[in-house]
Ligand binder design. Sequence first.
Ligand SMILES: [Zn+2]
Length: 82
Amino acid sequence: MKFIQYQIGDIVQMKKKHPCGSDTWEVIQLGSDMRVKCCGCGRIVLIPRPKFLKGTKKVLNRDVEHDRPDIVARSEESTLGD
Ligand SMILES: [Zn+2]
């Protein structure tokens, strides 16, 4: 199991979306409860650490051990329909 040491200022992606539609959160306080701010609407919520750790998908501002970088090709999908 990989353990990520979270830091204040980390941008994390959560499995659960906020009602505003954003699933990214900025860590603003560490502890037994994590205080995070929604990147979409700026709302600040307190999440118990175990729930936070389970709910995070990845840390976006740090590429932790990405042995295969995802190179996103410039897509040419200019039209979705006329
Ligand atoms: Zn939000």
